[in-house]
Design a protein around this ligand. Structure first.
Ligand code: C2E
Ligand code: MG
Ligand code: MG
Length: 428
């Protein structure tokens, strides 16, 4: 293989590996040569880099990255090459004879970095592999590795995957969803379903959550079928505002008809956080329909990165000042951090269904009871009201009242329903 030694512009200055542009050139040469058969590629995303940065400081975090990529470079030898995709994401191309060692490496390494700590530093990642002979185009190869890595990240019992027919089908599906999106917005194929929220003292309607459904060629698609795809390509931001717009229009209609409308919460993907005009766009949409700000609530999940934590904090504070309630969605899944609870002025905490006891008497279930009880009392002490999602039985509802959680949402009360059906709940 042509072993060009990198000039400065070919290198990522922080880590010393190739820049993406240069690495793609090399990958293109390799992919169109007969040697392609003897090489693999792997895309790597380090897990928990923010946690390492917080623990050891930013400079030491960079040092850890440097040692990590150097170890990988040593492993793949002079015929392989490594490039930075950005942040804590890399990709490597290496001769197939190193495959087993690379797989062992991506399962997790313990690095010795005496200048950072006397203990070893554990670095884990998610990884997607591909045989270079799968495609003759470098950009498609990189897309395929990245897709395998993303899918691996959400798998339960592995953190790495090889690109195969199943992933190929998934990618094809993603591309179809992406291609259909714009016309689906134009044709108004997305509809808002409303799921009631219930106040448990008197079992009365307290509010509703707007949930998106996509009707395409007579079939209803659920959010899980398309939201992850739209989050990856950024179109989710457009969809979120489409839903917000439709909810505002519906509430305006209900108020004009003299119905007793309730506050409706709209899910906002974290992908929106990069938009500097986000707060103003939300407020502007609500104002355009001349709604009291208390009629709309924003639901958003917490974030793990420092940058978006700050943006989230600013957004929630700004919306609260404008009189718009904000809920932290899905609390109890992922990283539920205490600082996100204490440093962001949430109105509500939405406790995820995974924390709701199922009532089977198993030790796990007893732990759920302890957790949910503590979360409710802690949140209330911080001035945040709790609403529990995924309530499916009478026993769960009774249990929630016993721990002073008086707001709930779930199939026991109502499933998400069409606008027409929900309207019958709103008295004139
Ligand atoms: P979420 O915001 O946590 O919404 C609650 C989900 O739990 C909904 O699923 C709802 O149908 C389901 N659910 C409610 N009660 C029960 C119950 O008793 N048992 C069980 N097993 N499930 C229950 P859905 O509608 O499939 O939505 C899934 C997720 O998709 C939502 O989770 C939200 O994260 C996302 N989503 C939905 N619509 C939008 C949207 O317009 N924008 C964005 N960004 N995300 C959305
Ligand atoms: Mg939600
Ligand atoms: Mg939720």
């Amino acid at each position: 293989m042509n072993q060009n030694q990198g000039h400065l512009e070919r290198l990522d200055l922080q880590t010393g590996v190739y820049s993406l542009e240069y690495a793609l050139d090399r990958l293109q040469q390799l992919a169109s040569s007969p040697e392609a058969d003897n090489y693999d590629g792997v895309s790597i995303n380090i897990t928990g880099m923010t946690i390492l940065n917080n623990r050891f400081g930013m400079d030491n975090g960079t040092r850890i990255l440097q040692v990590y990529v150097r170890s990988l470079q040593d492993l793949i030898g002079p015929d392989g090459f490594l490039a930075r995709l950005g942040g804590d994401r890399f990709f490597a191309v290496y001769p197939r004879e190193h495959r087993d060692q690379v797989i062992a490496f991506v399962k997790g390494v313990d690095l010795r970095i005496p200048e950072v700590t006397s203990k070893t530093v554990r670095v884990n990642c998610s990884a997607g592999f591909i045989r270079i002979s799968e495609d003759r185009n470098a950009a498609s190869l990189l897309d395929a590795m990245n897709a395998a890595r993303r899918i691996a990240k959400f798998r339960e019992n592995t953190t790495w995957l090889f690109y195969d027919d199943e992933i190929r089908r998934k990618l094809l599906y993603e591309r179809q969803v992406e291609a259909m999106f714009s016309s689906a917005v134009e044709q108004e194929e997305f509809q808002v379903y409303y799921q009631p929220k219930v106040e448990l003292h008197r079992y009365h309607l307290f509010g509703a959550e707007a949930l998106c459904r996509w009707f395409h060629e007579g079939r209803m698609m659920m959010p899980a079928d398309f939201i992850p795809v739209l989050e990856r390509n950024g179109s989710i931001c457009e969809l979120d505002f489409y839903i917000l717009e439709h909810v505002c229009r519906d509430i305006r209609g209900w108020l004009d008809e003299g119905r007793k409308a309730v506050c409706v919460s709209v899910n906002l993907s974290r992908c929106n956080l990069g938009d500097p005009e986000l707060k103003n766009r939300i407020i502007g949409t609500i104002e355009r329909y001349d709604l009291p700000p208390g009629m709309v609530e924003i639901e958003i999940t917490e974030t793990t990165s420092d940058v978006s934590f700050h943006e989230l904090q600013k957004l929630v504070s700004g919306l609260r000042e404008a009189g718009i309630s904000c809920s932290m969605d899905d609390f109890g899944t992922g990283y539920s951090s205490m600082s996100a609870l204490s440093e962001i002025p949430w109105t509500y905490l939405k406790i995820d269904k995974s924390l709701v006891p199922v009532g089977n008497g198993e030790p796990e279930d007893e732990k759920r009871k302890i957790l949910i009880r503590s979360i409710v009392s802690m949140a209330e002490a911080l001035g945040i009201s709790c609403i529990t999602e995924g309530v499916e039985t009478l026993n769960q509802s009774v249990f929630l009242k016993s721990i002073d959680c008086y707001l709930a949402q779930g199939f026991f009360f109502d499933r998400p329903m069409e606008k027409k059906e929900f309207e019958t709940r709103l008295k004139k």
